[in-house]
Structures are given as structure tokens and as C-alpha cells.
Design a protein. Structure first.
Length: 410
């Protein structure tokens, strides 16, 4: 399983959990959000919570007081299962939330965020405090950045919205005015050699910076004038990196500021690239389906599931709009069945074999379930947003689940 695959899946899970948490409401000011940054000691956090616990005994409303105190207790006992704060910190949401009718239910969510928590925060409110996490749920794609002319070059990385400058260096290419005594020809040759060495150095440092990065979506190349095109056309970059060059863009600078400029001018190209990729996948799907024999395509949960199991799926296409759960159900007659139903539905369906009521033994988000299945068969998985017309079509026409096949299995 590639890192990319795992990262996609982790981001998806995180996003899904966030959506659930954002919608929850308390009856009073009684939902607790706790942000613990990496490096904090668990016992410090416990001490803080003991203090909050004793202060909450002053809350006037009896119902709210009881709920706040039991939420704190619940967080305390959850924290006891941790020896250390995880790498990126820890976020806990706990409290009594409004449920159907007059009912409430206790929820507890513990998240290990995909990026580090920067500040310790404790909040008690009628909703959970999620702002610091919202940006983390966004897809963080990385791009390599190179800006150059014959005098200077910079290399950087774009991750999400952050630009990280990595290297900046000047060339040894002499200025274009010749010193006395040198022949014009010889001077030209010195310049060309020095430029050649400079481009090789840029390429080597780019290899060091980018080649091992599995999350690299593409490389943007910028700079004033013609040097950047020459650099790409002459194939200085490692061939694996050369394939990832998105395009060249005009910038005025070749320093750290040039990197920022590059990202600005390339912005619309980046957005287009994402959308184009999704559009192309759906277009391929439609082309295959239109073929008389059904082509190399499958759609609908049952068919796609079967194709994955047979190892026939090359790329699994899943809509980010899917709201389904995969349940593992057992009945009193010991029949076990896996069933898919809408996430919003709380009740279990009856046993498909005998019609008796069932117990829920397992429950998983459908995307997670299919991710797992696909990973075991080395199929690729693409999550398709619902923002484009094509993404909408995947959701509406095919129930959000489709696949491009390696071969026709039936
Ligand atoms: Zn049964």
C-alpha cells in the first residue's frame, strides 16, 4: 500500500469524523473540546482537568453541571489509556448531545490530527470547537517549485497552502561583458560551460529535494525570460521529475519571493489539473459503459464489490458524497451477514436469512470498507468530489460507486 493511498484514506476518515462532530449540539453549555499539542505531558493535562472538574461544581443548572462533570470524567478516563501524547497531538470531543425527540446521548470522539496541534485549548460550549481542525481536513497536495534564471535559482515545496523554501543559490556564470585579451568565442564557451554546470546543480538539488517524495503531484518551473524553458527542454531534470513538470510560468524574481510569485501565477493551472483528472476518469468510465459489451467498467455497489474481489478492478471511483455504512450483523440463529445502509439510519435491518432481529457486530464507513477491499487486491482508489458536473453524475447516475476494470470478468 503506498503512502499516498494511506494519506488519502486518513484524510478521508478525518474529514468524515469532522463532519459528524460539527453538526452536534448540546442542550446547554456542556460540550467539551480539548486540544493537546505534542510535547505536553498527560499528567499536566490530567491536573488541568481536575481543576476544571472542581470549578464545574459551581455551575448553577443542575442538568448542565451533571453533564459537564461526567464529560470531564469520561475524558480523564480516556486519557489514562495514553502514556504519551501522539506525534501530532490529541483532540478530544466529549459531551451529552441532543438526539431524536427529547433524548440526549453521550458522544466521545478522539482524533489524532493529520497535522500538529499548536496550542493547548479547553473549551466548554453548546457546540464542539472545531475551527483549528477544518483546514487540516483539506487535501494537502505537494508540488515541487523551481525558479531560475542564469544568475540565481531557488527550490521550494508547496504543501497545501504553505510554501517551504528549501534551497537558494547563485550561479558562477560570468556577466556578458568580456574582459580584455579574451577572444569573444572563448568567452562565449566559458559562459555556456558555467551555465551548463549551474543547470546540472539545480537538477541535482531538485533530485535530492523531490525524488523520494511520494506525495508530489507535480513540479512548477518559473523565472524571468527564456532560461526556464531551455532548462526543461534540454532535459536537465531527472527523468522521473521531468515527467512531473506541470508547466513553466513567468515570474520576475528567482529568490524566495519568486517561489511565492510562482505559486500565485500557477494557481489556476493547479485547480484545473485536479478537476481535469476527475473529469477524465469519469469520461473514461462513460466511454467504457457505452461500449456494446459493457466495456471495462462496472458500477453499483454489488457489481463493483464482486469485481474487486475477482481482482478485476484497476481504479475504483468513489464519490465523496457517499453516506453509507457497511454493517456486520448477527441474528439469534447465528447467521452472519454484511449489509449496506444509509449512515443516518440507526436501526438494524432484520436478518436476510431468517428475518429475526439482528445485533450489530461491526460497523464501518462504506468508503473505508471499499478502500480496504481494494487495497488487498492492489486496485487504485480515487475519491471524486461532488463539485464538478462529472462528480455529480457519478453520485446521481451510479450511486457514487464505479470502477474501471483491468479485464472483463464476465
Ligand atoms: Zn438469521
Amino acid at each position: 500500500m503506498s503512502d499516498d493511498f494511506n494519506a488519502d484514506r486518513a484524510r478521508y476518515n478525518f474529514k468524515k469524523a469532522m463532519q459528524e462532530i460539527i453538526d452536534l449540539r448540546g442542550r446547554g453549555t456542556e460540550l467539551i473540546s480539548l486540544y493537546v499539542p505534542p510535547g505536553r505531558h498527560i499528567h499536566e493535562v490530567q491536573a488541568y482537568l481536575r481543576d476544571e472538574y472542581s470549578q464545574s461544581s459551581n455551575i448553577k443548572s443542575k442538568g448542565t453541571r451533571k453533564n459537564v462533570m461526567s464529560a470531564i470524567e469520561s475524558i480523564q478516563s480516556r486519557l489514562r489509556t495514553y502514556k504519551n501524547v501522539p506525534e501530532n497531538g490529541l483532540v478530544l470531543f466529549c459531551g451529552e448531545v441532543a438526539a431524536a425527540g427529547d433524548q440526549t446521548r453521550m458522544v466521545q470522539h478522539v482524533l489524532e490530527p493529520p497535522e500538529p496541534i499548536t496550542a493547548f485549548q479547553y473549551r466548554c460550549d453548546s457546540t464542539f470547537f472545531t475551527e483549528p481542525l477544518l483546514d487540516m481536513a483539506e487535501d494537502k497536495k505537494s508540488y515541487g517549485l523551481i525558479v531560475l534564471d542564469r544568475a540565481e535559482a531557488s527550490i521550494g515545496l508547496l504543501t497545501g497552502k504553505r510554501i517551504i523554501p528549501l534551497k537558494n543559490f547563485d550561479s558562477l556564470v560570468p556577466r556578458k561583458h568580456r574582459q580584455g585579451g579574451q577572444s569573444a568565442q572563448r568567452f562565449e564557451r566559458i559562459i555556456e560551460l558555467a551555465a551548463h554546470e549551474f543547470y546540472k546543480k539545480i537538477a541535482n538539488l531538485s533530485t535530492e529535494a523531490f525524488l523520494e517524495r511520494t506525495d508530489l503531484q507535480g513540479i512548477l518551473v518559473g523565472g524571468p525570460g527564456y532560461t526556464k524553458e531551455y532548462f526543461i527542454r534540454e532535459g536537465y531534470l531527472h527523468h522521473e521529475l521531468q515527467k512531473k513538470v506541470v508547466d513553466t510560468f513567468d515570474t520576475s524574481y528567482t529568490d524566495e519571493y519568486g517561489l511565492k510569485e510562482l505559486v500565485e501565477v500557477a494557481q489556476s493551472a493547479l485547480v484545473d489539473m485536479d478537476i481535469t483528472r476527475e473529469k477524465e476518469l469519469i469520461k473514461r468510465l462513460l466511454e467504457e459503459i457505452r461500449k456494446i459489451d459493457g466495456g471495462l467498467a462496472a458500477y453499483g455497489e454489488d457489481e463493483v464489490r464482486e469485481m474487486i474481489t475477482m481482482g478485476a478492478v484497476d481504479t475504483l471511483l468513489l464519490s465523496e458524497g457517499l453516506e453509507l455504512k457497511r454493517l456486520g450483523l448477527r441474528c439469534p440463529n447465528d447467521h452472519f451477514n454484511e449489509v449496506t445502509q444509509p449512515s443516518s439510519r440507526e436501526e438494524n435491518p432484520p436478518c436476510p436469512d431468517c428475518g429475526e432481529p439482528t445485533e450489530r457486530e461491526a460497523e464501518e464507513d462504506i468508503v473505508d470498507d471499499l478502500f480496504e477491499l481494494a487495497a488487498n487486491m492492489a486496485s487504485n482508489v480515487e475519491l471524486i468530489s461532488v463539485d464538478s458536473e462529472e462528480g455529480e453524475m457519478l453520485m446521481q447516475a451510479f450511486g457514487g460507486i464505479a470502477a474501471l476494470l483491468r479485464f472483463r470478468a464476465r
